[in-house]
Design a protein around this ligand. Structure first.
Ligand SMILES: [Zn+2]
Length: 303
């Protein structure tokens, strides 16, 4: 089950206790449904708990539960209501005028109080929301094909001090948040504190993992560099020996060469620690570079 689907399950257990909140939540669920018309509503979801949750919300918002019909195809649940009488009651409870032309918009009096605003967002998220797996990205979005509704949601979130971003994807209007902190805040507000906590934990683990990776990469690069340097020096020593030039080298260079032969892969610092008589790292480096230089001069002469 996806991260987003788990959040919806968690939200489906967080029902609104007060009538005002239940109405706001029902409004959110319906406005962001797959289709909402004057005489019918259709919700498509992968959340198996939504039907039961919708019943509880309706009961608290209106004092009764319409007879929703539900069908399942694979993991997709389709919940719908086609009864004009039920639809009329729902619209009247939510404060919409039940006219021929239905304009989908957020009924402001429903979301005046903070408690109702949180409930409305929960409802909207249940049918129109999505959160990306925090392992991949930090992104939470509400999508709707209705531009007016999208603008009203944007205004509501700005008014709540959580300004989102907006985008248009073909026929879909997206109101979204980026960044783990904004997402944690809105999830907690909507009633999914466990999901918020899990994003927090994922972020901590990812941060630690990145730090370790950076460190390991850095150390690996250093190690490779010292092995590579060692190989060049060994090649230079072998070539000088083969050409009969090695014996002519000053004793200090020969000492450095022997040290390198004894510890072929050791980094310079380790090599310097094993030197007898002792020598500094930079002194030893200087001598080994000298050997490399003699080798490259010798190769130049050979050409
Ligand atoms: Zn309320």
């Amino acid at each position: 089950m996806s991260f987003s689907a788990n959040i919806k399950k968690e939200l489906s257990r967080a029902a609104s206790a007060r009538t005002c909140c239940a109405r706001a939540e029902l409004c959110g669920i319906l406005l962001f449904a797959s289709s909402l018309e004057r005489s019918s509503v259709r919700i498509q979801t992968h959340n198996p708990l939504l039907l039961k949750h919708l019943g509880i919300v309706c009961e608290r918002a209106m004092g009764y539960t319409p007879s929703w019909s539900a069908s399942v195809t694979g993991s997709r649940h389709t919940i719908s209501l086609d009864d004009p009488g039920d639809m009329e009651r729902i619209f009247s409870v939510l404060g919409y005028e039940y006219r021929d032309q239905l304009v989908l918009h957020l009924n402001a009096p429903l979301v005046e109080d903070d408690c109702c605003r949180a409930a409305f967002l929960r409802g909207a998220f249940l049918t129109g929301g999505y959160v990306t797996d925090p392992e991949r990205d930090y992104s939470l979005e509400f999508t709707t094909t209705h531009a007016v509704l999208s603008r009203e949601l944007y205004a509501l979130l700005c008014d709540m001090g959580m300004p989102p971003k907006t985008a248009k994807r073909r026929y879909t209007n997206v109101v979204y948040f980026k960044g783990s902190e904004a997402i944690e805040e809105i999830l907690t507000l909507m009633g999914a504190p466990r999901a918020a906590m899990s994003i927090m934990e994922t972020k901590v683990i990812k941060d630690v993992r990145n730090t370790i990776n950076r460190k390991v990469n850095c150390e690996t690069a250093n190690l490779l560099r010292s092995v590579e340097n060692g190989n060049i020096q060994l090649e230079a020593i072998a070539a000088l020996k083969a050409a009969g030039r090695y014996e002519e080298l000053p004793i200090r260079l020969k000492e450095a060469a022997e040290l390198r032969e004894r510890f072929p892969d050791a980094p310079l610092s380790e090599l310097a620690q094993n030197a007898d008589p002792p020598i500094t790292k930079s002194g030893l480096n200087h001598r080994l570079k000298k050997i490399e230089q003699l080798y490259s001069e010798m190769r130049g002469e050979g050409k």
